[in-house]
Design a protein around this ligand. Sequence first.
Ligand code: COI
Length: 359
Amino acid sequence: MAHKINIYKTQNSRLAEFDPHNIGFGKIFTDHMFVADYDGKNWTDLRIEPYSQIQLSPATSALHYGQAIFEGMKAFSASGEVWLFRPKENWKRLNTSAKRMVMPELPEDIFMQGLTALVDIDRQWVPGTDGSSLYIRPFMFATDEHVGVRPSEKYKFIIFCCPVGPYYNNPLRVKVEEHYSRSAPGGTGFAKCSGNYGGSLFATKKAQEEGFDQVLWTDPVTHEFVEETGTTNFFAVIGKNIVTPDLSENLLAGITRDSAIKLLNHMGYEVEERPLSILELKKEFHNGNLKELFITGTAATLINLVGFGHNHHFFDVMAQGDTSISSSLKSLLDGIRYGQSEDVFGWMQKVEQELGEPA
Ligand code: COI
């Protein structure tokens, strides 16, 4: 169904100030945003308006009780056109998160029409420089002005965009976390809800104070099995096998993780999705079989790990391994996203030009 989206174009574009050679990550915002309001029954007042501050009551329910979910996705510039990468997967995951957080689901056509109209209108912001993209942040939060723990009746859904470069610039050193937990059985680990990220910061800060870049979360019961890093999913190349922790209610089902598995299969590799213990990683490291560690995520794309720290010992996998499988995988993934390799799975969706000026 085609929805009426009111378009309020900015009179003060900031595009001329945008330097595509100096973008960083998440600090520059495009000219517009898509907004929809849930009134307790329906999504209403669909609009694209200038990116701006939003006014909230101090009693806004999301600020107190955490009904807030989000997605991360990307658009790419290739052959003079703008392309979204697997956008429907983000729509599906948004609604998985919404269900878990007792929030209203967003119909596919509102998500897709709002998204494509926004990326179209701001298409000139999609950077064409090497390794860059347009990071897209859809999110939903509870807007009832109410003190009391219960699901909100009203919600706001917004999509805004940032031109971005790489999220991580160099291979990471991760600390195996054995005390703190990111998620728990029956918890919200599989949902992309804001609280999961807020709750991860303390352990991450401690790891960073010890010289690591990130935490490698382990299962919350035994702390023996790898889960994810909190911003990414984890892969290990052990001998000729590629292993990634199997999905459980504790892990976020990364769209880049899924893409990596499909591409590795396409490249002729088997990927084992199964429990992966720290003990196994250490044993294979000592046997010289732990060849590559890498992580995947929308923001991060794919980046190698230097190694992992466990029990005051650092296992420097890069020093004794190589990065051949992860490098080939990243080249293929980038090739598809930047239009240089065949889109074997039909993942790229062209954003038709209707509202914005040509890029
Ligand atoms: C993403 O990868 O899109 C995320 O939401 C994680 C965050 C590190 C930006």
